[in-house]
Each structure stands twice: as structure tokens, then as C-alpha cells.
Design a protein around this ligand. Structure first.
Ligand code: SF4
Ligand code: SF4
Ligand code: SF4
Length: 266
């Protein structure tokens, strides 16, 4: 069974996967898997961009999204005569049997299905089944120069899959796995207002809303700290440095946040 594995740590946001998907499918007929994709309006592969944080700490997250080739696919449930799963796991909308099935667009919880008005046909990523049949990689994977997007047999990716997450409801059995998604960060700076300089080596403790310690780190040469890959929720920050009074601040983290300066008093 085939899987896609995406590693956010390797992605540079070039959008090449999105572009070559269109190059592969716009104007090209890959029957029996796909009729041509229209030039506009469809994104069978779409690289989402989310800007995390505020100056001076900003990170852009890139996430390619395509059909997840779900094992328990709602699109198949919605039109079992027109959508099928291949033995290798790829989910295909039959371009002949699905004609007129506009309702399929709403059947996909990922928004991966688009309607081709000209052909009166729901369409989506085919996993480039025409290339896979020829022993080649999907076009988006073949293009990805950083190795962020990969495709292959599930057993060959077992280690990565064990550490990966899926988008949406895991019960759907999505077959696109995501590694190293950044989630949220909580960053700040610690300084000494009397000396007007940053405090290096201050101990910053991240606690949950109940006061349990989640993580600790020391401020760097510039007095900066940054807790990465954390989820939304209520947190408390505790800052300790020798010769200074301990400072604490509660944070309601709903998006990545640069909390600003922590002046420590002697
Ligand atoms: S997955 Fe690869 S091709 Fe796509 S945006 Fe990231 S680096 Fe570029
Ligand atoms: S992501 Fe959507 S279109 Fe793809 S298999 Fe799952 S339900 Fe079907
Ligand atoms: S596998 Fe093919 S159809 Fe699917 S997103 Fe990649 S290039 Fe597009």
C-alpha cells in the first residue's frame, strides 16, 4: 500500500509541487484515471502558507495538501459506483462513472475535490496513478528537490510513519503523513532594566495551567528563549536568574506568540 510522507523540516515553500501538478494534469488526458484538469480554479496539490508569530520572531509554515487517499474514504461512501480504491491504496474518481456527481465536492472533509464545470466532473489528485503504473513517482514527489515530499510503500516508511501525524480525523485512515509540523511557539526575551542589557543563561520554565513543568530552557546570548512545537492552551512562564527576583506570567496561547520582554528586577 502506497503512502505520501511530507517532512515540514525539509520544505522550503517553493510551491513546485503545486505547479508541476498543474503541468502534469492541465490539458493532459490520463484516462482511465483522469480527464484534463482545467487551467484555473483547481488545486489538486495546494501549498498552504501560515505565518506564525510576530516581529522579531516569525516563522512561515508550508503544508502541501492533496487527496489523502483515505482508507475509510467518505467520497467512496458517497458514490461507491463512481469512486474506488486501488489495491495500492490510491483513491480514484472514475472520470466516466462520476460524470455529474457534483455532490462529491462536499463529501470530502479535506476539500480535496473540485468540480470541473466544463466536463461536469468532480476531480482530484489521482496520486498520479498513470505514472505509478509505469513504475515512476507521482510528478509532485519527483519534482521536490529537497526530499520534503516522498512516496512509496508503507513498510518502507514505517519509522517515519510512527513519528508522523495525519491531518483531520485519523479514523478516516488518511495516507498522507506529515512530519515535523511546527505547531505553535512561545518566544520572548529576558533583560536587566538596571544594566539595560539582555540576560544570558536565565532559566525559563514552561508550565501548564495546573503548574506542572512541561519544559525548561536557558536564554541564549541575546537573552532569547523559544519553546517550539507546542499546542494551543493555557500556560505559565517562570523566569529565574541568579541575583534577580523570579518572574512569572500567564499566557493564553491561541497562536504562535512573541510575548515580548521580561524585565527582571534585582
Ligand atoms: S514539498 Fe517540496 S516541492 Fe513542495 S513546496 Fe515543499 S520543497 Fe517545494
Ligand atoms: S481526502 Fe477526500 S477525496 Fe481524498 S480519499 Fe479522502 S475523502 Fe476522498
Ligand atoms: S500525486 Fe499527482 S495528482 Fe496528486 S498532487 Fe501530486 S502531482 Fe498532483
Amino acid at each position: 500500500m502506497k503512502v505520501f510522507v511530507f517532512d515540514a523540516a525539509r520544505c522550503n515553500g517553493c510551491c513546485g509541487c503545486q505547479i508541476v501538478c498543474k503541468d502534469e494534469h492541465c490539458g493532459n488526458d490520463w484516462m482511465p484515471y483522469a480527464k484534463p484538469q482545467p487551467m484555473t480554479g483547481h488545486f489538486w496539490c495546494k501549498v498552504d502558507q501560515v505565518v506564525h508569530g510576530q516581529a522579531p520572531v516569525v516563522k512561515i509554515e508550508y503544508t502541501p495538501r492533496m487527496c489523502n487517499h483515505c482508507d475509510n474514504a467518505p467520497c467512496i461512501a458517497a458514490a461507491p459506483d463512481a469512486v474506488y480504491k486501488r489495491e495500492d491504496g490510491l483513491v480514484i474518481i472514475d472520470p466516466e462513472k462520476a460524470a455529474g456527481h457534483a455532490e462529491l465536492v462536499d463529501a470530502c472533509p479535506y476539500g480535496a475535490i473540485y468540480f470541473n464545470e466544463e466536463l461536469s466532473l468532480p476531480q482530484k489528485c489521482t496520486g498520479c496513478a498513470h505514472l505509478v503504473d509505469a513504475g515512476e513517482l507521482p510528478r509532485c514527489v519527483d519534482y521536490c528537490a529537497t526530499g520534503a515530499l516522498r512516496f512509496g510503500d508503507e513498510e518502507d516508511f514505517a519509522d517515519e510513519i510512527a513519528q508522523a501525524e495525519v491531518l483531520g480525523d485519523p479514523a478516516l485512515g488518511p495516507r498522507v503523513y506529515y512530519l515535523n509540523r511546527p505547531h505553535l511557539f512561545l518566544a520572548g526575551n529576558v533583560w536587566d532594566p538596571d544594566a539595560n542589557e539582555n540576560i544570558e543563561g536565565a532559566v525559563v520554565t514552561l508550565l501548564d495551567a495546573e503548574g506542572a513543568i512541561l519544559s525548561k530552557q536557558e536564554t541564549d546570548d541575546f537573552g532569547d528563549f523559544n519553546f517550539k512545537r507546542i499546542d494551543a492552551g493555557g500556560y505559565r512562564l517562570r523566569i529565574e536568574a541568579e541575583g534577580f527576583k523570579t518572574a512569572e506570567r500567564e499566557v493564553d496561547l491561541q497562536e504562535s506568540l512573541y510575548v515580548g520582554d521580561f524585565p527582571l528586577q534585582r
